[in-house]
Design a protein around this ligand. Structure first.
Ligand code: NAD
Ligand code: LMR
Length: 338
């Protein structure tokens, strides 16, 4: 069985890169949590996933048993705290929503002290067990957890910048939804590019580049930008101490994982904004940046330039860069001071 799976993988990779392969192992680290559970459910519905491995320090076997009864073809396994290797071995895609969420009054950076160590531990496990997997980091603060993950992989000698992604899809999902609420159109027709990072002023929506939002101006524009940048706070406030966005994030995480799988499968033209090692602002010392990225069989295929920005977007970008730089440096020095 294993030989058959391996043979079909390599044959397709060599000869038929655009054929649907549909036999991928997808792993969720933090599968027992508020995001992890619905994300696992949505991944169970993805026909490209044939093995779904769910890991958490608590509760993963139960979630796996539950999800495994859904009548789609993937095999689901649950892995408890001591079995991270069992979850990660053979992984094609690893999605990570492990770590604590915000409470009202907190910034994402306030999660750094707890989540930095969690993410560093998980990065070491990925380095040890599946260094070639494509990894999507959901755990906050994304602007710092992605650099932390990269530094751990670098220390282990297995870092490949094409394979590590910060998941910023929720910002894109929100932007699309919020614009459609103003315009009264269907959000599926509203594709907004959001660049920068994933926290407050580092979130930069490029509304001028989308037909439905290009004419939004004045106070409506300012409120829309603020809502996209601080949409996470809306949910944190409404949940009133019970955490942050979980269901919309699971939707966004499943969409991003789906895009990674479509890229792996050789599908052409799969483009999602995501936070990756990027040349766009590296001259200014900002090594990671989210922008439209084309995904392919090796992960990052092409990082798109930002395109033409409006004067307002230039101002937003100016506010984003120094904050993003600080967040990235904090992540890098966490690993290198340790
Ligand atoms: P949660 O507390 O409901 O779930 C987190 C899970 O992580 C728990 O089940 C916990 O047991 C698990 N966990 C903790 N340490 C672990 C470890 N070492 N290994 C494996 N699992 C571990 O939180 P949540 O609401 O699911 O949020 C998770 C993270 O996602 C938070 O940091 C939150 O800020 C972030 N988040 C990011 C985005 C984004 O857009 N990138 C959106 C929403 C939330
Ligand atoms: C979000 O944007 O919803 C997440 O980053 C969670 C948060 O802390 O707001």
């Amino acid at each position: 069985m294993f030989a058959l799976r391996a043979a079909s993988k390599s044959t397709l990779a060599r000869g038929f890169a655009t054929s649907a392969r549909a036999d991928y192992r997808c792993v969720v680290l933090g599968a027992g949590g508020g995001i992890g559970q619905p994300l696992s459910l949505l991944l169970k519905e993805n026909p490209k996933v044939t093995e779904l491995a769910l890991y958490d320090v608590r509760g993963a076997p139960g979630v796996a048993a539950d999800v495994s009864h859904i009548n789609t073809k993937s095999k689901v396994t649950g892995h408890a705290a001591e079995d991270i290797a069992g979850a990660l071995k053979g992984a094609d895609v690893v999605i990570i929503p492990a770590g604590v969420p915000r409470k009202p009054g907190m910034t994402r950076d306030d999660l750094f002290n707890t989540n930095a160590g969690i993410v560093a531990t998980l990065a070491q496990a990925v380095a040890d067990n599946c260094p070639k997997a494509l990894v999507g980091i959901i755990s906050n603060p994304v602007n710092s957890t992605v650099p932390i993950f990269a530094e751990v992989l670098k220390k282990a000698g297995v870092y490949d910048p094409k394979r590590l992604f910060g998941v910023t899809t929720l910002d894109v999902v929100r932007a699309s939804r919020f614009v459609s609420e103003i315009k009264g159109n269907d959000p599926k027709d509203v594709k907004v590019t959001v660049v920068g990072g994933h926290s407050g002023p580092t979130i930069v929506p490029l509304l001028s580049q989308t037909e439905s939002s290009a004419d939004i101006k004045g106070e409506t524009y300012d409120k829309l930008v603020h809502r996209i940048q601080f949409g996470g706070d809306e949910v944190v406030k409404a949940k009133d101490g019970a955490g942050s966005a979980t269901l919309s994030m699971a939707y966004a995480g499943a969409r991003f994982a789906g895009a990674l799988l479509r890229g792996l499968d050789g599908e052409a033209g799969v483009v999602e904004p995501t936070f990756v090692e990027s040349p766009l602002f590296s001259g200014e010392g900002i090594v990671y940046f989210s922008s439209n990225v084309e995904l392919g069989p090796e992960g990052v295929k092409k990082i798109h330039p930002l395109g033409k920005l409006s004067a307002e977007e230039e101002t937003l970008l100016k506010a984003c860069l120094p904050e993003l730089k600080k967040n990235i440096e904090k992540g890098v020095s966490f690993v290198n001071k340790a």
